[in-house]
Design a protein. Structure first.
Length: 323
């Protein structure tokens, strides 16, 4: 009965995993969205969806320890991770994968903070809360999401949502005057540590965009965006247009110099032409007769004889003039 409710929520015909050998080769896929079990993993349900369908588990009579969870449990271990997840990136995905594989049997619940709390404590996001909710829902490691999650989860919050452990990196998290938001969970044995992906964060991605700000403005203007849509003022727009013209002039100059050197440079076509003609003239006016064992071909021999005859006539003319 519960499985049917879950199937209705997820929009699947069946939750039963199929044996890979029963799936035709043409339908097998290792795509990130299509599992070897043969069906597309639908978006994770929200906590409200499960609550309305009466699919939330009962609270544990005895709290679960980390050691017990690592040995494996019949009921899934409910692990909670939270965040803003703006511009969802590989660091987020790796974090959620760590949480999902923390124990042999995990039901991963992800809390996503809404716009009001995020704007208050951290600042404006690039993506709206609805966009961030949906992005997290479509991550294959996530089993359930809590929308508009609290900025500081409490023990009461974890108990209300039947959460066994909260996952976060082990570095004390100081925010809004609180020295370590996770100290309470660590003291109660409800904290499991994850590892951060260094060098990857939403702030890093935004910094890359800001670094190449002018390039992205020029690109989007070319694609039809107006200066107003890009929040670009008149003076900045004129500056960008001037930079674009200068860039084109610079490229044209480079192309001209390359073409000039290719034609007139030391190893260019003109230099090569004069070198060849110089050698031919030197050869033609040479006093050395053509040797019988010369390796010249017929055309070159004819050219030699022509230039040799020209040389003899020139010499005779010069002698007659002197006489």
């Amino acid at each position: 009965h519960d499985s049917k409710k879950m199937a209705d929520i997820l929009g699947k015909r069946s939750l039963k995993a199929r044996d890979p050998e029963d799936i035709p080769n043409s339908k097998r896929s290792y795509n990130s969205e299509i599992s070897i079990t043969g069906y597309v993993k639908e978006a994770a349900p929200t906590h409200e969806d499960l609550l309305q369908a009466n699919l939330l588990p009962a609270a544990r009579e005895v709290p679960l320890t980390v050691e017990e969870a690592r040995k494996g449990t019949v009921d899934p271990v409910r692990v909670y991770a939270d965040g803003i997840f703006d511009l969802f990136h590989v660091g987020h995905a790796r974090l959620l994968k760590q949480c999902k594989t923390m124990f042999p049997n995990v039901h991963l619940i992800v809390g996503v903070c809404g716009d009001s709390l995020t704007n208050k404590y951290k600042g404006k996001t690039v993506l709206s809360e609805d966009e961030r909710y949906e992005l997290v829902q479509h991550c294959r490691y996530v089993d359930e999401i809590i929308t508009d999650a609290p900025w500081f989860p409490s023990l009461e919050f974890l108990r209300e949502h039947k959460i066994d452990f909260i996952a976060h990196d082990d570095i004390p998290y100081n925010s809004a005057g609180v020295e370590d938001c996770y100290k309470e969970f660590k003291e109660n044995g409800m904290f499991v540590a994850t590892q951060r992906t260094e060098g990857v964060s939403t702030s890093d991605i935004i910094a890359r965009i800001v670094k190449d700000y002018d390039m992205y403005i020029r690109r989007n203007l070319k694609r039809g965006y107006t200066p107003k849509e890009l929040n670009v003022g008149f003076m900045k727009h004129q500056e960008v247009k001037m930079r674009e013209r200068m860039s084109k002039v610079k490229q044209s100059s480079k192309d001209f110099v390359k073409g000039f050197l290719k034609l007139f440079g030391r190893d260019g076509r003109i230099s090569e032409f004069f070198h060849d003609q110089k050698e031919r003239i030197k050869f033609a006016f040479s006093t050395s007769p053509l040797s019988p064992d010369s390796s010249l071909d017929g055309e070159e021999i004819q050219e030699y004889e022509t230039f040799e005859g020209f040389g003899r006539n020139f010499s005779n003319c010069s002698q007659d003039d002197s006489d």
